[in-house]
Design a protein around this ligand. Structure first.
Ligand code: BES
Ligand code: MN
Ligand code: MN
Length: 463
């Protein structure tokens, strides 16, 4: 991989500029107003794949945003790596909290990224990260050092639940045939503490609606006489955790696979500073389920969080009113072996049961996803740690993440393939938040590390 490494160093500035162009396309999948931009982004991804010599490049229409697919089969007898990523991004709002416009990428240094970081929506999640694979493969191809077959599948709906990709994967098993799936859409512990993500949480997402009187009422004339739906919703939400931080939804923990003490001890070896964590968030105390550490609460334990709540009067000044309805969006992060559909059902039953007299509730499920774990004794995992050793000069630590990528479990179910999560982002990169950024160090070391993964994976596959 000597020539490849020289090539990518020499071309790194161009690689960066190409990423900046991609970041200028506001491919917000959730907002129908951006549909054309999302398509334009798919075209740009396809163009990049073609330009580096990937064959059979297609922009595949779905019921939603398109999937970009392409492949380079150098020899059917060699292993095949399937690269998955997403070119869609989260909405950028609230816009006024950005220090520079979200779709006008800007490079500037930060405390954690003294070399500079690219500020833009999608810089880390996931354009900057999937594009590392495009550039790593370009480097290997240009130097005649691509050691195996590669397929790319870059989708446009990850941030809205990947439902259409799920349909596509079920239908196209042979097109997607591979030996391993490789994804950079997660993080690592720190720039000097490389880690490989070995687990993702699942997700169950619901919207709840609480209805009381048939219309909004004068809070003086009716206050005290009817159940206020917003009060009721708050009581109900407050009761979803007990004073130990446990979730009270009936049956919620029944299928949770408890982690052994030995695994928890192994997890505790990863460096973590509670003080630095609190400081980074300007909070004086962390909070969560009793009996677990902050890293455990954030990765191996299930959670329930209100993501949004609304109802009644929220405009200027004061309006005396009892609203007819109140609403909330609630997410539950799940761990092995919780099933999102089952949890959604348990939530629905529980929420209906705890509704106080005087209101009715309705629970509407949104998207969900299964949790996923990567076994540490696989050649894919071994190849990843060897690759990090080559570039970081250190052993990578296995870390389970709290985030979700719903399609990963589906890859295993439908294609029988394990996924290696080689993420190079940092928690402080502000993904989904204002001022999302991605370190140039991370972009570069990702592009450098990927070719070594190919090399080690192919070598380990031989034996
Ligand atoms: N790339 C993230 C997931 C992620 C980030 C995992 C960092 C681990 C570390 C992905 O784009 C994402 O945001 N997923 C959503 C789920 C989706 C169904 C909207 C999430 O986790 O909220
Ligand atoms: Mn992502
Ligand atoms: Mn995301």
């Amino acid at each position: 991989m000597q020539k490849t490494q020289e090539y990518l160093q020499q071309n790194f500035d161009r690689f960066t500029n190409e990423l900046l162009d991609l970041l200028r396309i506001p491919s917000v999948s959730a907002d129908p107003n951006y549909q054309k931009e999302v398509f334009r982004c798919a075209e740009s991804v396809a163009m990049h794949l073609e330009k580096i010599g990937i064959e059979d490049v297609e922009i595949i229409a779905t019921n939603g945003h398109p999937i970009v697919f392409g492949q380079k089969i150098i020899n059917p007898d060699l292993p095949t790596i399937l690269v998955y990523g997403h070119y869609d991004v989260q909405p950028a709002d609230p816009l006024d909290l950005w220090h520079s416009p979200p779709f006008e990428p800007l490079i500037k240094p930060t405390e954690i990224h003294p070399e500079g970081a690219i500020f833009a929506r999608g810089a880390c999640d996931d354009k900057g990260q999937f594009f590392m694979h495009v550039k790593a493969v370009e480097s290997m191809l240009s130097c005649g050092e691509l050691p195996c077959n590669v397929k790319f599948m870059i989708e446009g709906e990850e941030e809205i639940g990947s439902e259409n990709l799920g349909v596509f994967v079920k239908k196209h098993q042979s097109k997607l045939a591979a030996d391993i799936i490789l994804v950079s859409d997660t993080g690592m512990l720190a720039n000097d503490v490389p880690s490989v993500t070995t687990g993702l949480r699942g997700l169950s997402y619901v919207e709840v609606e609480v209805t009381g009187p048939n219309r909004d009422l004068h809070s003086g004339l009716y206050g005290g006489c009817v159940k206020n739906p917003i009060n009721a919703l708050c009581e109900m939400i407050a009761s979803l955790h007990d004073d130990q931080g446990k979730i009270t939804v009936d049956g919620f923990y029944d299928s949770v696979l408890e982690i052994s003490r030995a695994d928890r001890d192994a997890m505790a070896k990863a460096p973590f500073s509670e003080e630095a964590y609190k400081k980074s968030l300007d909070i004086d105390t962390t909070f969560g389920e009793a009996g677990y550490t902050t890293p455990e609460r954030g990765a191996i334990r299930p959670t329930l969080d209100v993501n949004g709540i609304w109802g009644g009067y929220t405009g200027e000044g004061a309006k005396t009113v009892i609203a007819s309805q109140a609403f909330a969006k609630i997410s539950m992060r799940l761990v092995p072996n919780q099933d999102p559909e089952e949890i959604t059902q348990l939530f629905q039953q529980h929420f209906e049961k705890i509704a106080p007299v005087g209101v009715c509730v309705k629970v509407t499920p949104h998207h969900g996803g299964q949790p996923a774990v990567t076994p540490l004794d696989s050649i894919g995992y071994k190849a990843a740690t060897m690759a990090y050793q080559d570039t970081f000069g250190k052993m990578a630590i296995p870390v389970r993440s709290g985030g979700s990528i719903p399609i990963i479990a589906m890859f295993e179910q439908e294609l029988g393939l394990k996924t290696i999560l080689m993420g190079f982002g940092l928690d402080s990169d502000a993904i989904h938040s204002p001022n999302e950024h991605y370190g140039l160090f991370n972009y570069r070391i990702g592009i450098k590390t990927i070719p070594y993964f190919y090399k080690h994976f192919v070598e380990l596959s031989k034996s």
